[in-house]
Design a binder for this molecule. Structure first.
Ligand SMILES: NC(=O)c1ccc[n+]([C@@H]2O[C@H](COP(=O)([O-])OP(=O)(O)OC[C@H]3O[C@@H](n4cnc5c(N)ncnc54)[C@H](OP(=O)(O)O)[C@@H]3O)[C@@H](O)[C@H]2O)c1
Length: 255
């Protein structure tokens, strides 16, 4: 449908070489967008590139550390050299270090906050002038259930993901004049390499998540395709500064 058509659009997906990012990159490509996978592990990126190419659009894999300002600038410059414009940015890259706050080093705190939150600021700022020049754009920020809830083992993670929601509102307010919509999506519990370790590290998490999720299952990367297409397309032109759960009902049920 035209409203969801992304033909000819250029989308950067940070951390687009696996898990949720790859699912979203595939969704955007399915809707017609050319895709830039911006991540660190080039072996993973090469495999992801082949996977996304199956949708028939142009796909580029660029090495980028999203927590490093120079690396982000170089990546964005390469996208402009290759495609000439940027229409969609998915700030998806993220990590977690699961420890109680009393055991965290400051370096660990900084690492999580910097990869999860600083990155969204850096990438959004680097893309801004190009989106403005293109007459508008779409920024999609990856939050979490820990944008809403606290966690005894995830202080920097939940701080960074709460920050994503507030950053979303502020960027949306600043750039509405340039026809740039900025939204956050809050994934529930999705089966990816990131959560694989949580299932073994945190006792009973598997069962708790399944029980509290109304859909009675963990999400799959495939489940993230719809929100990617919606928030990147003209279907969401009057939607900005929101935080939308994509969680099978997890956040709306007490037990
Ligand atoms: N899975 C869930 O249930 C869940 C729920 C809520 C939110 N999220 C969020 O979803 C996002 C993706 O996580 P995931 O679950 O899909 O796990 P994942 O497969 O581990 O994906 C994380 C991605 O981030 C990239 N990345 C990490 N540090 C980076 C850096 N410094 N520079 C560039 N790329 C970097 C990784 O690429 P490289 O390996 O190449 O570095 C990888 O592609 C994260 O922001 C996470 O917080 C996940």
């Amino acid at each position: 449908m035209k409203r969801f058509d992304l033909t000819g659009k250029v989308a950067i997906v940070t951390g687009g070489n696996g898990g949720i990012g790859l699912g979203m990159a595939e969704g955007l490509a399915e809707a017609g967008a050319n895709i830039v996978i911006a991540a660190r592990n080039q072996e993973k990126s090469a495999k992801a590139l082949e996977q996304v190419k199956r949708y028939g659009t142009e796909v580029l894999a660029l090495s980028c550390d999203v927590a490093e300002p120079d690396s982000v600038k170089t990546m964005v410059q390469s996208v402009i050299e290759q495609f000439g414009s940027i229409n969609i940015l998915v700030n998806n890259a993220g990590i977690n270090i699961r420890k109680p706050p009393e055991d965290l080093t400051f370096e660990e705190w900084r690492k999580v906050v910097s990869i999860n939150l600083d990155s969204a600021f850096l990438c959004s700022q680097a893309c801004y002038t190009h989106m403005k020049a293109a007459g508008g754009g779409k920024i999609l920020n990856n939050g979490s259930m820990l944008s809403l809830f606290g966690s005894s083992w995830g202080a920097p993670y939940s701080a960074s993901k709460g920050g994503m929601v507030q950053l979303t509102k502020s960027l949306a307010a600043a750039w509405a004049k340039d026809n740039i919509q900025v939204n956050c999506f809050l994934p529930g519990f999705i089966e990816t390499p990131l959560t694989e370790s949580a299932r073994t590290q945190i006792q009973g998490v598997d069962e708790k998540v399944t029980n509290k999720t109304m859909a009675k299952r963990w999400g799959q990367a495939e489940d993230m395709k719809g929100i990617a297409i919606f928030l990147a397309s003209s279907a969401s032109d009057f939607i900005t500064a929101t935080a939308i759960p994509v969680d099978g009902g997890f956040s709306a049920q007490l037990y």
